[in-house]
Design a protein around this ligand. Structure first.
Ligand SMILES: [Zn+2]
Length: 249
């Protein structure tokens, strides 16, 4: 089963050992594989502050815990799942860093963390399963970014369409149906801005001409004077799409 969990999980409770050290100048967090979390504080430290401190370091605590869990369950290799350490969407100046933790078998889950971090845990050595999960997440990001961008472009150039959606497609960047329903490929997120815009203009022009006639290209020309070079560039635009997506089955 593939689970996509996107939420702000809070560290409600975490077990820790409190150590008061006369040598400590400030509070310090330590994590050991067998002893768990140790909070070292100087004498006289206000213990009420510990809860907010743990919350502040929540990501680190969970990451290190997951790492220890990983070593406990699979002492030999880490994982070599070929999945990305970072994901960048250039047109939307957004980048994500990813961490993986092998914590079980048969399913994977993902949690978004503050600071654009993704924690993927579960059967992460299963590349196909993990990649499918990342692709579902990608579709979600595409909905967040591409659909409003299309709407804005349509409004600015006086186009209208009936509906718009996102799909992760293998061979099409976008499409427009006779019902003026536009579909955009999630993979557009990896393309430079001029190409994303070109695809959107192209599909919006199909709401007027549902073909590739001279009238269609003349309309495209009005809204994207560089359409010829952009159209040509699109032939090799697959190079922008990271390889891990093709692991998705
Ligand atoms: Zn077309």
């Amino acid at each position: 089963m593939t689970l996509l969990r996107i939420c702000g999980v809070h560290l409600a409770e975490v077990d820790y050992i409190l150590k008061v050290s006369p040598r400590a100048k400030s509070v310090r967090l330590k994590m050991t594989p067998h002893g768990g979390l140790v909070v070292v504080v100087p004498p006289g430290f206000d213990k009420k502050k510990i809860a907010s401190l743990l919350l502040h370091h929540e990501y680190w605590i969970k990451k290190v815990t997951a790492k220890f869990d990983l070593h406990r369950q699979t002492p030999q290799p880490l994982f070599d799942n070929g999945l990305p350490a970072t994901i960048v969407f250039p047109d939307f100046t957004e980048s994500w860093s990813l961490a993986y933790a092998q914590t079980g078998i048969g399913e994977v889950e993902m949690v978004e963390r503050p600071g654009n971090r993704l924690l993927v845990s579960g059967d992460v050595a299963n590349t196909s399963l993990s990649s499918r999960l990342l692709c579902s997440w990608l579709k979600h990001r595409a909905q967040v970014h591409l659909l409003p961008a299309l709407e804005k472009l349509a409004a600015a150039h006086d186009f209208s369409y009936d509906s718009a959606g996102i799909r992760l497609q293998h061979s099409r960047w976008g499409s427009c149906s006779s019902r003026r329903s536009i579909t955009l490929n999630s993979k557009l997120l990896f393309l430079p801005d001029h190409l994303v815009r070109y695809i959107m203009v192209h599909e919006l022009c199909h709401t007027v001409h549902l073909n590739h006639s001279a009238s269609f290209w003349s309309l495209v020309q009005q809204h994207d004077p560089l359409w010829r070079s952009n159209n040509k560039e699109m032939k090799s635009a697959w190079k922008y799409v990271p390889q891990w997506i093709s692991a998705e089955r």
